[in-house]
Ligand binder design. Structure first.
Ligand code: FDP
Length: 344
């Protein structure tokens, strides 16, 4: 006898879409309003739109600079600008957030009049790795979500200046050989790969864990002469010949944080952007780069520090604050920290 009953299309047949993954988790939280799910749908839409533009970068007139300079004193690329506007447009009308902040905007981004203010705060680096845009190397979008601390109405800078351990979620989209969205709410890190034919993200990397250690380091060695002594000694150690100690380590550096971090998440090792004599606080921004990546690293079993302090414990003092960053496998970050501690 044939069984004519139709089984519901489960994840085995369809695969887990990002939407379904978030929805299933929402159902486990009693009283969840669906706001978080709604916000994620907006972010996934923005990721798909930006990914599509990035993949056509050489064909459409989107390469090159806009002629503007951002708050960081960097030249704004046309794709930076497009990605920033796309994220704002995708999120501002949803009613899920009360305020946004972007690496590309000097001040907080208010919700336009007429739209509701939600309970979340969204901060993002719309297109990380700008200097790699024109040479067809992986770039990405980074996002960080907090719950608002102000009571109601339009959100303020106070809502944005929260330490990283208070994030409710963080993630990134990498526009590489495929487009992937990786996110965490603090309890497991999950990766979804975009099927470009269907236009949907499907779960491809469940519960990612960073290896405890791996023989790989990632740093811009061109800054060697400007590094503090502790960083010089640490890198010299990683490069030294010590087969029983697993050295020398291999070196990989893309120059796009999202890409260097993504490799570190999957393969292990350590990525570092230390402070140096010309930029004592390093180059990377706390709110848009270091804190969200640190939240992901810790949720995957890794760690992230300034070399002296856990990134997630830093109380932000400004929207565009920079911090030194050492991130990746727990043992490898601890080794870096030990060299910086010795330096005093
Ligand atoms: P970019 O300047 O190309 O936007 O913070 C931005 C960033 O890239 C990171 O993505 C990357 O890790 C770092 O700067 C690269 O800096 P260097 O060019 O100084 O190595």
């Amino acid at each position: 006898m044939t069984n004519t009953s139709i089984a519901p299309a489960g994840p085995d047949e369809l695969g887990w879409t990002l939407d379904r993954h978030i929805l299933e988790r929402q159902r486990r939280i009693p009283g969840a309003s669906g706001d978080f799910t709604g916000l994620f749908q907006c972010l996934a839409l923005a990721g798909r739109v930006i990914g599509s533009k990035v993949s056509k970068a050489g064909l459409a007139d989107v390469l090159g600079a806009t002629g503007a300079v951002n708050i960081q004193g960097e030249t704004v690329q046309k794709l930076d600008d497009m990605a920033n506007r796309t994220l704002i447009r995708c999120v501002e009308a949803g009613g899920h957030v009360c305020v946004m902040a972007s690496e590309e905007n000097d001040d907080i981004i208010p919700i336009p009049p007429g739209y509701p203010h939600g309970k979340y705060v969204l901060m993002f680096d719309p297109l990380d790795g700008s200097s790699n845009i024109d040479v067809n190397i992986s770039i990405g979008t980074i996002f960080s979500i907090h719950r608002r601390v102000t009571e109601s109405g339009p959100g303020t800078e106070e809502d944005c200046l929260q330490p990283g351990h208070k994030q409710v979620a963080a993630g990134y989209v990498i526009y590489g050989s495929s487009t992937m969205l990786v996110y965490t709410t603090g309890d497991g890190v999950h990766g979804f790969t975009l099927d470009p034919m269907i236009g949907e993200f499907f779960l491809s990397h469940e519960n990612l864990r960073i290896p405890k250690t791996a023989p790989m380091y990632s740093i811009n060695e061109g800054n060697h002469s400007k590094w503090p002594l502790g960083v010089k000694k640490w890198i010299d150690t990683l490069k030294s010949n010590d087969a029983p100690g697993g050295r020398p380590y291999g070196q990989r550096y893309v120059g796009t944080l999202v890409a260097d971090f993504h490799r570190t998440l999957l393969r292990g090792g350590v990525f570092a952007y230390p402070g140096d004599s010309s930029s004592p606080e390093g180059k990377l921004r706390l709110l848009y780069e270091a804190a969200p990546m640190a939240f992901i690293a810790e949720a995957a079993g890794g760690s992230a520090t300034t070399g002296k302090k856990r990134i997630l414990e830093i109380e932000p003092t400004g929207l565009h604050q920079r911090v030194p960053l050492f991130i990746g496998s727990k043992d490898d970050v601890a080794l870096a920290d030990s060299f910086l501690a010795e330096e005093g």
